[in-house]
Design a protein around this ligand. Structure first.
Ligand SMILES: C[S@@+](CC[C@H](N)C(=O)[O-])C[C@H]1O[C@@H](n2cnc3c(N)ncnc32)[C@H](O)[C@@H]1O
Length: 344
């Protein structure tokens, strides 16, 4: 069975990198077909585990807008016969809406929605169209001359990342990361339910909330007691209960239990303080001290400003760079997201 995914196009590499990371950590075997930027099909998914995989992707992914079961595909000429050949009673419960999304085509979306809707209606008994609040959602994606007919069973909670924006949480401080990027970084760290995730520069707890919500145990440290307390407040607000927070200077960090992943956004000295240390100094000291707090296979996913030469910092310690992504924040700041492993 196949799933069709519509990815966010707000970054050219991160949505696909995040998807690959989640497939890897969740052991989802599939053939990935990249139809065009923003449109991906996961082919040959195990039928018995299909529903579980579908739910996992909807639960975890930040930079994916939609995931649907791909029912059938055809070209423009075969559209009517293909729609008629499907037993829609297996997908439509009482009422439905068809919505078309176009990629690289000038097709008339409203006209196509009506045409497909009419064909479904006239081939299925006891169903009706409901455009405002449909019980069943049929997504049709058109790329050039190709039609992908899909069934939307599990929906992303689109409001979640909006509602969790830093200024809407009880504790706020400038320099917070967006929840979407925080979730993506957590996913890039290949963390799994029950794993221990450490953020040694936890600030307001944005990264730990996202790790906690996918079922990880989380530990947050910060040199500033107000951040430690604020992180706890924000974690509880988000419903994360399995957490610990500490006031710790990274240079003195000692963990009782090694972390399965470290996901963090150290201070750049722009909107968050480096406490008198230069940004390069704090990154260097962080990299030297964190290694001992990580399990052998643990990954470190870290944000840094592009002004910092991470490669030369890594050369001095026991780490190796696996992946690197650039995000242009504004004119004077490009953020680098690095996925780093320990050298064994
Ligand atoms: C960029 S902020 C983290 C923001 C966080 N990701 C969020 O979403 O709120 C960096 C944090 O590092 C803390 N910090 C600065 N120097 C530190 C040190 N030596 N050890 C531990 N924490 C430190 C600051 O107090 C600040 O809260």
């Amino acid at each position: 069975m196949d799933l069709l995914l519509i990815l966010s196009q707000e970054h050219d590499k991160l949505p696909l990198a995040e998807l690959r990371a989640v497939l890897e950590i969740e052991n989802i075997e599939t053939d990935i077909e990249i139809v065009c930027p923003g449109l991906v099909i996961l082919r040959k998914l195990n039928e018995d585990l299909f529903d579980d995989y579908y739910k996992i992707l909807v639960k975890r992914l930040a930079y994916t807008h939609e995931v649907h079961q791909l029912i059938s595909e055809c070209d423009c000429e075969d559209l009517d016969s293909t729609v008629k050949s499907i037993d829609w009673s297996g997908y439509v419960d009482e009422n439905f809406a068809v919505r078309v999304k176009r990629f690289n085509t000038e097709i008339d979306t409203v006209g196509t929605e009506k045409r497909i809707g009419y064909l479904i209606l006239s081939n299925t008994e006891n169903i009706s169209v409901n455009l405002s609040n449909p019980k069943s959602f049929i997504r049709v994606v058109v790329y050039r001359d190709n039609f992908y007919l899909c069934f939307g069973k599990y929906k992303f909670n689109k409001k979640y990342f909006e509602d969790m924006k830093p200024h809407k949480r009880p504790f706020f401080h400038p320099g917070c990361m967006s929840p979407k990027l925080a979730r993506c970084m957590v996913n890039l760290s290949r963390v799994n339910e029950g794993d221990l995730v450490l953020d040694p520069f936890c600030g307001t707890g944005g990264i730990l909330i996202e790790a906690g919500l996918i079922g990880a145990k989380v530990v947050g440290c910060d040199i500033d007691w107000r951040m430690k307390r604020g992180t706890a407040t924000n974690l509880e607000y988000a419903g994360v209960i399995d957490y610990k927070t500490h006031v710790v200077d990274i240079r003195e960090l000692e963990m009782y239990e090694e972390a399965d992943a470290v996901v963090t956004d150290p201070p750049y000295g722009i909107s968050t303080t480096t406490c008198g240390e230069g940004a390069s100094g704090i990154f260097s000291e962080f990299l030297q001290s964190i290694e001992h707090s990580m399990k052998k296979d643990a990954l470190l996913v870290m944000a840094s400003p592009d002004s910092l030469d991470i490669d030369s910092l890594l050369r001095d310690v026991g780490f190796i760079l696996l992946e690197r992504y650039e995000i242009k924040m504004h004119r004077s700041l490009t953020r680098i997201i690095s996925v780093i492993a320990k050298i064994h």
